[in-house]
Design a protein around this ligand. Sequence first.
Ligand code: 4AD
Ligand code: MG
Length: 504
Amino acid sequence: MTFINQLATSEGRSVTLRGWVANKRSSKGLVFIMLRDGSGLCQCVADASNLTQEVFSLADKLTQESSVEIVGTVNRDERQVGGYEIQVSDLRIYQLARDYPITKKAHGIEFLMDNRHLWLRSRRQWAIMRIRNQIIQAIHRFFQERGFVQMDSPIFTGNAAEGTTTLFETDFYDEKAYLAQTGQLYGEAMAMAMGLIYTFGPTFRAEKSKTRRHLSEFWMIEPEMAFYDLDMCMDLIEEFLRYVVEAVLATCPSELELLERDVEKLEHVRKPFARLTYTDAVKIIRGEKDVNGRNSLKTLENDLDELRQRIEDMQAEVEEREAKIKTPGLKKGEINFNLNKIARLKNELKDLEESAKNIPQWLESARAFEHGNDFGGSDETVLTRLFDTPVIVYNWPADIKAFYMKRANDSSFVKGVDVLAPEGYGEIVGGSEREENLELLTQRIQEEGLPMEAFEWYLDLRRYGSVPHSGFGLGLERLVAWICKLPHVRETIPFPRMYGRLFP
Ligand code: 4AD
Ligand code: MG
């Protein structure tokens, strides 16, 4: 058996492929089968003139997503996807699929989500999952190459770490337990044993609202480093993000192309990232401070003008194509092509129109932003629009950050850091230097009204050889969404779990 992505090594020879029919069309004694086998796509041509009647009729009756084995000769053909074509010599059907629900026509997102178990077979989803896989590989490589030990933190936990409002409560043999919001506290214990560690596991947050960046179950990578201060931590984050993005650019060019990802935008990670204090970031958001001669409020106003122009142009294109499909004698293929294009344009239009509605609101909230508040999604967008690299924001007001963050010299601030991805993606990393002082940490736990007994073990880390240490958490799905430039995190994980979605 050969895989489609290995056809180059079998040029001119006969191979056996196994897979599914992504698509089929017939014309005058020829059947063109678009075969997908998970590794790639390849056109297979069944020609009635050199096949038995029996084999040809099998090819002829294939339906979308039927499973097959195809034997045939590999021919180089630049014009075909993947650069090869198979001349079919034999064919066997595993199963003839019934009417497959996902067709070439444009489907609504809820329908696709209901059919997620099938939707995963579609080309875009396939590309996203392959990129996700490469990102995961790169993450492990990065840390392993630097001597970090991967250690797993528990999912059943007895204490909250990231605020009590997003806890999933569960029953652990009649004891109250929570699904882990983070592995961090355990990560700190493990770093005191191993020096440099990272966890990579599922984390859970009850986010009772539908947004494009929140999942109820998401995967987090959390390195924790003994003897690292905040600056060292920020350097590591920057090196890490650069490494992972570069790895995807190197390993997934065809997947990125299939997603029509503008890779030049990603290549900006090679430049030093912007680094700002929270206080400077606030000035920039409010339009009181420019960045490289650009002002946040003026940039937004220009964006709005541009957006309105694009909407007009797009509407014109839709009308043009709608007129075109009414042309008498137009080929079916061309009609379908235009219909698809129209559906995609209309979808895009909906997004653009929403942004056009949002921008005036963003402007208002940017002008009114108060120092001390946490950034909302729109504030992050307003800020990151002014940069083409990720933006590292550090030194946050203590009141809006977690209890474990170390106080800055000005004790109303903490040594916390958020990294915001460009192109409107916003926060992908949150981290900090940790409070290593027993008394201060105890006080913070009390102030938060957290149950002290549950944190005794954590406080032990400050009783026995406490050291300065830092760490951060990267949300895998948010990173995938940015790298693939997806409008929503629901497409970044095989089976998303979020408010209103438990099936399939
Ligand atoms: O900023 P957060 O809450 O930080 C922590 O959990 C720390 N304990 C991390 C650490 O220092 N070890 O979450 C970290 C990242 C966010 O920046 C975001 O990328 C992701 O986790 N994240 C989510 N991703 C998807 N859906 C959600 N509901 C998320 N909540 C956080
Ligand atoms: Mg955060």
